[in-house]
Design a protein around this ligand. Structure first.
Ligand code: SAM
Ligand code: SF4
Ligand code: F3S
Length: 452
């Protein structure tokens, strides 16, 4: 007898099948790690459940980038304390960037956690589960999902040591994966239904430096562009100091590589950039944006900004605000500076008062909301290529090549397809559109060029 849906439901309801729940905070890297762990757990016969209280294995994949993120993890672990008391057999693991070399304090604060796993180091969990392997063999083919867009780590760690950032201390030194290994993973994901691959690294522009022959990201993109069945390729995150003309050219030339670049500026003042140890001047950043936009006039360009860095004076913040107004990004991820123990900036005086940090945050958010709205409004009336990723609330949801979220109605099934959508209205966050009755689909192997 096969484990079809009715049997699977019965097994789940009767709790004969072992289940896992992964709760994730942080960046796409963490999401990618959670997806990979999910695939491994499925391989051991575990089923995913969205009900944390019912799971046999609970993994909290944590982030340390700001105090806020750590607080959210701590409160989630607080909830689990009672759960562990009621259900001592459930296994709780804390994974990710909160788990550093010294785990003594974490062990004291969270005694109900069974395992502490540094970022990506989840073998200890898999070993523990394999040892107690009495889970029934179940159909795991669905557990891998058939998501249209998948993350692939192309490198680990970071060597930059920006003064405010905890990442290099938690994710270690920079290491690139080989092109062959990455292509093998990409081909496997495409075979399982993926249409878009998002390459991840803390500084993708330095991809390949640790590899023999020193290939670069442009080489990797060129090879990936030739993978049959794949429709789109994206990459995150770029570093303004390391972005090469060769890479810009590759993005402009390769048909599957989307014209979308996340280029964190962090601040619009040279003195602050120096204190952050970012390695570029504001004018160099401006020139880089000019070159990118000259090569790809409709590129989707986003940035990250930190407000209230130690010593940031009002006029220095004003330079940041003015730069954002001048460069008109498609989106800005803005955060209040949060001192991270162990980093260089944590030894500086955190002298911008919390209310002033918050004011600066709101100034940026309000400005960017207006800019995003205006940029989106410019697209109304245009027909754009959308890769459909899911159905939500009766509408299909996908993204433009420039990474803008778009929603539209369509009666058939267009999941995973490139659809021509006429934009009918826009907000600061997303686009709404309609399909053209006479010309619903673009041929999927020939993506439309020169669209935002
Ligand atoms: N590697 C990327 C880069 O160079 O920007 C992303 C690193 S980090 C995981 C993502 C964003 O978090 C950064 O761009 C920065 O704006 C923000 N961030 C990092 N450390 C921070 C801190 N201590 N306080 C506030 N924001 C921080
Ligand atoms: Fe952190 Fe800087 Fe590395 Fe980005 S480049 S992860 S901000 S140290
Ligand atoms: Fe990402 Fe947070 Fe770690 S942003 S790299 S999960 S500290």
């Amino acid at each position: 007898m096969h484990g079809g849906p009715p049997l699977r439901m019965a097994l789940l309801e009767g709790n004969l099948v072992r289940t896992y729940h992964i709760w994730t905070v942080g960046c796409q890297m963490n999401k990618a790690d959670s997806e990979r762990l999910g695939r491994e757990l499925a391989g051991l016969g575990y089923h995913e459940t969205d009900q944390m209280g019912k799971a046999d294995v609970i993994v909290i994949n944590s982030c340390s980038v700001r105090q806020n993120a750590e607080n959210r993890v701590a409160s989630r672990l607080g909830i689990l304390r009672a759960l562990k008391r009621d259900k001592p057999d459930c296994l709780i693991a804390l994974m990710g960037c909160m788990v550093g070399q010294d785990q003594g304090e974490l062990r004291r604060r969270f005694p109900h956690v069974d395992l502490f796993l540094p970022p990506q180091a989840f073998d200890a969990l898999l070993d523990r589960l394999s040892e107690q392997q009495d889970a029934p063999a179940v159909d795991t083919s669905r557990a891998d999902g058939s998501a249209v867009s998948r993350f692939v780590n192309i490198m680990h760690g970071c060597d930059n040591f920006c003064t405010y950032c905890i990442v290099p201390y938690r994710r270690g030194r920079e290491r690139s994966r080989s092109i062959d290994e990455i292509l093998c993973e990409v081909e496997g994901l495409v075979a399982r239904g993926a249409k878009e691959i998002v390459f991840l690294g803390q500084n993708v522009d330095s991809y390949g430096k640790t590899l023999p022959g020193k290939p670069d990201l442009a080489d990797l993109l060129r090879e990936t562009n030739a993978v049959p069945g794949l429709l789109r390729i994206r990459f995150l995150t770029s570093h303004p100091r390391d972005m090469s003309t060769r890479l810009i050219q590759a993005v402009a030339d390769l048909d599957k590589v989307c014209e979308y670049i996340n280029l964190p500026v962090q601040a619009g003042d040279d003195e602050v950039l120096k204190a952050m140890r970012r390695g570029y001047y504001v004018d160099e950043y401006r020139a880089l944006v000019r070159r990118i936009r000259a090569a790809m006039p409709e590129v989707g360009l986003t940035t990250d900004v930190i407000v209230g860095f130690p010593g940031e004076r009002p006029e220095q913040f004003e330079s940041t605000r003015a730069l954002l107004e001048e460069l008109r990004f498609d989106a800005v991820h803005v955060a209040v500076y949060s001192p991270r123990p162990g980093t260089i900036a944590a030894r500086m005086v955190d002298d911008v008062p919390p209310e002033e940090k918050d004011r600066r945050l709101q100034v940026v958010e309000r400005l960017q909301q207006t800019i995003s709205m205006e940029r989106h409004q410019e697209l109304v009336g245009r027909t754009m290529e959308i890769l459909v990723e899911r159905q939500t609330g009766g509408k299909w949801e996908g993204r433009t090549r420039g990474n803008k979220l778009a929603f539209f109605r369509f009666d058939g099934d267009c999941l995973g397809q490139l659809v021509s959508v006429r934009i009918t209205s826009a907000s600061a966050w997303s686009l709404q559109g309609a399909t053209d009755e006479t010309n619903v689909f673009q041929p999927t192997s020939v993506p439309v060029r020169n669209v935002s």
